[in-house]
Design a protein around this ligand. Structure first.
Ligand code: BGC
Length: 266
């Protein structure tokens, strides 16, 4: 177990899937949790109750992640309610899959707004709060830890998903540039790049035996990922166990980025 006791984390998009698993895991290891949701209050409240059952404080906030006021509001409310902010997991994201020739400006803009601009806004508010706060002896060696949720598609091109892959490619460079800029303030910024994780966003890729078989051809490790795989990675990046890790993308993908098609060919 990592020691996150005395810390406060904000996880966006945490009513389900990876965000919920990350929130639970950070709480299990000692953090109080603020979590945002955009459309599922009951599910988010349920995650909040699970966190409280672990003996931690939970704050459930509605926030449209593309709305600047909501992003800064969630950071401000977390700091106001819990007195500090140590960890941001900028997780909220969507897919709007459509072939490029048919992609509307709205398909493009919505995905960029939520996935990339939404992360920018949350990160900016978190950097402001963490810089003001500075390092707190006995809590963490860093003034703050920011985890951007990326994807294997920050490096794997994805036809039919140009908007999504572009947003994740953008996150890669936003994260690295931001990490470089704020490391002197003792704020560590990193990303997690999940591969195929069993969540609602990619249900069609795993909910039939045929789909799963096709998917697993892309995964050398031979299994689909679970949200808890991402929760474990997040808790490591959020704790002092990774104190010298700055500006890195941690791929948690069962080897999906290893060009599996080249295993016995090429
Ligand atoms: C996407 C999933 C997809 C996975 C691997 C993720 O970023 O959200 O839909 O299954 O990448 O391709």
């Amino acid at each position: 177990m990592a020691d996150l006791s005395g810390t406060v984390a904000l996880v966006t998009g945490a009513s389900r899937g990876m965000g919920a698993a990350i929130a639970r895991r950070l709480a299990r290891d000692g953090a109080d949790i603020a979590l945002t949701y955009s459309a599922s209050p009951e599910k988010a409240e349920g995650v909040g109750r699970e966190i409280e059952a672990l003996g931690r404080r939970a704050l459930v906030l509605q926030a449209d992640s593309a709305d600047p006021a909501a992003a800064s509001g969630a950071v401000d409310r977390t700091a106001a309610e819990f007195g500090r902010l140590d960890i941001l997991v900028a997780n909220a994201g969507v897919q709007r899959d459509v072939h490029f020739v048919d992609m509307t400006l709205a398909d493009w803009s919505t995905v960029i707004a939520i996935n990339l601009t939404g992360q920018f806004l949350c990160c900016r508010e978190a950097v402001r709060a963490m810089s003001r706060q500075g390092v707190t002896e006995g809590v963490s060696k860093a003034a703050g830890k920011i985890i951007c949720m990326s994807s294997v598609h920050e490096v794997i091109p994805w036809g039919g998903h140009v908007n999504y892959a572009s947003s994740k490619g953008g996150i890669q460079m936003m994260m690295k540039s931001l990490a470089q800029e704020v490391a002197p303030h003792r704020i560590r910024v990193n990303s997690i790049a999940p591969g195929a994780i069993r969540t609602p966003i990619n249900k069609a890729a795993w909910d039939s035996p045929e789909a799963l078989k096709t998917l697993l051809e892309l995964v050398p490790y031979g299994r689909i990922g679970e949200s808890e795989d991402i929760g474990r990675a997040a808790v490591w990046l959020a704790s002092d166990d990774s104190d010298y890790v700055v500006g890195t993308t941690l791929f948690v993908d069962g080897g999906m980025t290893l060009y599996p098609g080249f295993a016995d060919n090429g």
